[in-house]
Design a protein around this ligand. Sequence first.
Ligand SMILES: NC(=O)c1ccc[n+]([C@@H]2O[C@H](COP(=O)([O-])OP(=O)(O)OC[C@H]3O[C@@H](n4cnc5c(N)ncnc54)[C@H](OP(=O)(O)O)[C@@H]3O)[C@@H](O)[C@H]2O)c1
Length: 245
Amino acid sequence: MNTEKTVLLIGASGGLGNHLTNGLAKAGYNLALHYNNSEIKLNQILDSLNGLNIKYKAYKADITIEKEVEKMAADIKNDFGGIDILINNAGISINAVSWKMKTDDWNKVLSVNLTGPFLCTKHVLPVMKERGWGRVIYMSSVVAQTGVAGTSAYAATKAGLAGLCKTISKEVVKNGITANVISLGYFEAGLLFQIPEDIRSQIKESIPKKEFGDPKEVVECILYLCSNNSSYITGQIINLNGGLY
Ligand SMILES: NC(=O)c1ccc[n+]([C@@H]2O[C@H](COP(=O)([O-])OP(=O)(O)OC[C@H]3O[C@@H](n4cnc5c(N)ncnc54)[C@H](OP(=O)(O)O)[C@@H]3O)[C@@H](O)[C@H]2O)c1
C-alpha cells in the first residue's frame, strides 16, 4: 500500500521514533525522517526500510535553530513535493528539583521541547496549507498533567504544547488541518530507559495497569490521527497512560 502522503517525523532517531518509523512505513507513508546527533541510529533505521515500496530520506536539523528548521522544510518540499503530516516527537529531559535546576538547563529543555515544535510548526504549516489537508501531532507527557518532582522544565514544556496545539488547531481548521497532542504515560522506549532501574520499578508500581505501555499502541493512535477518519478530532489531548491520569 502507498498512501502518497508524506510524513515529517521529528526525532525519528529516538526510541519512539524508531517504532513510529516502522509503523508509518508499513502503512505506506512516504517518510522524511529527522535526526540531529544520532546519525548512526538513523542509518540503521533507514536500512530497515530497504525493499519497502515507499519514498524515504533523512534530514539533519537542530530544531532549536530556526534557519535549520526552515531549510529542512524547504528541502523536504523540494524532494517530496509537500508535507502532509508533521509529528513533533523530539524531546529531552534534564531533571533536578526546581531550586537546584540550572537556568541554562531550563532554557535548553524549553528550546528543544517547546521552541523546537513551534519552529517546526511555523515552517511546515505554509507547505501543508498548499494542499488543503494536514495533520500536526505533538508528543506530550502525563508529567505535564500530574506533576512529578524534579521535572519542572520538562513538565512545563509538555504543558506548553497543549496551549500551542489548541491555538494552532483554531488557526488552521479552515485549511483542513487538525492539530492534536498525544500525552504519554511511560512507554517501553527511549527516555524511559534513562530513568534508573529502582525508580522505574517504583513508577511501574504507581501505574494502575501495573505495566509500561507498548509503543505499538502509540503507533496505532498516530496512524488513526493521520487518517481521513479523524478529521473531526482537533485541538485535543489524547491520553495513553495506563490509568495514571
Ligand atoms: N518514552 C516514553 O515513555 C515517553 C513518555 C512520555 C513522553 N515521551 C515523549 O516522546 C518523545 C520521544 O521520546 P523518546 O522516548 O523516543 O526519546 P529519545 O529516545 O530520547 O529521543 C529523543 C529524540 O529527540 C531528538 N532531539 C533531541 N534534541 C534535539 C534537538 N536539539 N534538535 C533536534 N532533535 C533533537 C533526538 O535526536 P538525536 O538523537 O538525533 O539528536 C531524538 O530523536 C519525546 O518528546 C518525549 O518527551 C516519551
